[in-house]
Design a protein around this ligand. Structure first.
Ligand SMILES: Nc1ncnc2c1ncn2[C@@H]1O[C@H](COP(=O)(O)OP(=O)(O)OP(=O)(O)O)[C@@H](O)[C@H]1O
Length: 500
């Protein structure tokens, strides 16, 4: 079972089974069996839970197998045993609770995972609970049942809690933030679920549950967004000004429409064809971190980056671009979703300490349509004279005209009841036609002028963790075979696994 997937749970029971031969009377014989549940990869990156039944000729051998398997599984320390689950009952088509109860809870139970479930009662309930109340010591991870907005809420809660516990002031622009020790699992139950799609490759609750059970992990970069040295929010996927900001701002007024609101607001923003004047300045990433138009495969680049990151490469200097922009997008990850399987920036990486800054300058409506259309097919969306893309470590945006009214110490314009910003001394502005708003992972930021920098990233840890997991698997199988006296097979497994 190691070859095709990883064993996830086994009740370790023995039972009697009737055996017969075709055309003969079924004879009653005692066979000792034990089931092993394992992950099977199906099409489109989806995973399913399968069961294999192993039979042994004697009870002792069966017991021995169960014990050895149990011991080996207990060595896989990256698998969670206790989880804290937050369900947004209002995300997407409002099916979060049902999805969890019908598709996820049974698999967790089968894998012996205990879960404390909190169904949120208001926006930011999960964030506040994580920041102040939750006893995080007793959990191996936090699970988000909802969409990108809910994920962002949980991320903010966890990051804030980690900084508070480590006495780091997250509001200070240059603060060295501490990475979070707890992992966040995502069960897709929102409208777009872009973060789940970009990390797992599909929006399927059972697949996500299985990834959580076997302890898969994928570190991510987290960007911090400030306005005049005041902290606004963190971002892990998309920061979009202009087109994507306008789509979000309009779609928030149509929440009652469900996921269809994005289509309607998208068409409206496209027909409005607004452009915004301003200055973008950015610090380009080092050359060894690749370019957004590279066609290199994700994993190869990730590993090569890890090696290259050991070599000191001098940083370039800041670059400044002024102009009229239809869209300014910063993608921390590909931002792929079912409608745009390649995403906004197909070769953006999840944990390399950079973001891809995409500038779409003022162009005709038809040209912009051609650019948008390329997000849905295999053509290169950057291959237009009015589009430029840079891999960056930091960037600032300043609108040409200063924003009109700033109301000190008031909360940001509410996106929905109960929404309040993360920063302490917030300043608020009223959006005007000369300015768009920023779409920060699906949340609106009304400040046009922002400063963005990569705040947390830990690529070396990923690679280390993956190597460690592989070694565990090899040793587990070899020990199983040795325990059963199959030394030759153990040696063969050891050699063949080491080769791959
Ligand atoms: N009980 C609740 N009542 C109202 N709002 C909530 C509640 N729980 C969470 N929220 C808020 O709902 C917002 C949207 O939730 P979520 O991201 O799950 O769904 P979505 O917006 O439909 O999906 P997506 O973000 O993928 O487009 C989140 O920003 C979250 O803060």
């Amino acid at each position: 079972f190691w070859g095709h997937g990883a064993a996830i749970a086994y009740p370790g029971c023995l039972w009697e089974q009737r055996q017969g031969h075709p055309g003969q009377f079924a004879s009653l014989s005692q066979v000792f069996c034990f089931p092993v549940f394992y992950v099977k990869r199906t099409k489109n990156h989806q995973w399913r839970c399968n069961e294999a039944t192993f039979s042994c000729s004697s009870a002792e051998l069966c017991e021995q197998w169960i014990q050895v398997t149990r011991e080996q599984l207990s060595l896989l320390t990256n698998r969670p045993k206790r989880l804290l689950v937050y369900i947004n009952p209002f995300g997407g088509k409002r099916r979060g609770k049902r999805i969890y109860e019908e598709k996820v809870a049974p698999v967790f139970q089968q894998a012996g995972i205990s879960a404390d479930v909190i169904v949120t009662e208001r926006a930011n309930h999960a964030r506040d609970h994580l920041t102040t109340e939750a006893n995080l010591q007793q959990y191996d991870g936090v699970v988000c049942v909802g969409g990108d907005g809910m994920f962002s809420e949980i991320l903010h809660g966890l990051v804030a809690r980690t900084q508070n516990d480590n006495k780091v002031d997250q509001n200070r622009p240059g603060a060295e933030l501490k990475p979070c020790m707890l992992r966040i699992g995502i069960i897709p139950a929102g409208s777009t679920d872009c973060i789940c799609f970009a990390t797992v490759g599909t929006n399927d609750p059972v697949t996500s549950a299985l990834h959580i059970i076997i302890g898969d992990s994928q570190p991510m970069d987290v960007c911090s967004v400030h306005h005049n040295d005041v902290f606004l929010r963190y971002s892990v996927s998309l920061l979009g000004y202009g087109f994507y900001g306008d789509v979000l701002a309009d779609s928030e007024k149509k929440r009652w429409l469900g996921p269809a609101r994005y289509d309607l607001s998208g068409v409206k923003a496209f027909l409005c064809h607004n452009y915004y004047k301003g200055t973008v300045s950015f610090l380009p990433a080092e050359d060894n971190l690749g370019h957004p138009r590279d066609k290199m495969q994700f994993l190869c680049l990730l590993v090569s980056k890890w090696f290259h990151s050991c070599v000191a490469v001098s940083s370039s200097s800041w670059k400044v671009i002024c102009g009229k922009f239809i869209a300014i997008n910063a993608a921390n990850m590909s931002c792929a979703c079912p409608r745009s399987p390649k995403g906004l920036s197909p070769s953006a990486h999840l944990a390399d300490g950079t973001a891809d800054l995409i500038l779409v300058r003022k162009c005709s409506r038809l040209d912009f349509f051609r650019h948008l259309l390329r997000h849905t097919n295999t053509d290169d969306q950057f291959d237009h004279s009015f589009v430029e893309v840079h891999r960056v470590k930091k960037f600032h945006f300043e609108p040409l005209d200063p924003q009109p009214l700033l109301l000190e110490n008031q909360s940001e314009l509410p996106k929905k009841p109960g929404f309040c910003p993360m920063g302490s001394a917030q300043t608020t502005c009223i959006p005007s036609a000369a300015h768009s708003s920023w779409n920060c992972d699906g949340e609106i930021l009304h400040h046009a002028a922002i400063q963005v920098r990569l705040a947390i990233h830990n690529i070396a840890e990923t690679v280390k963790r993956k190597i460690k997991l592989r070694l565990h698997l090899i040793t587990a199988k070899v020990s199983c075979l040795k325990a059963l006296g199959k030394t030759d097979s153990a040696l063969m497994t050891h050699n063949s696994l080491l080769k791959c």
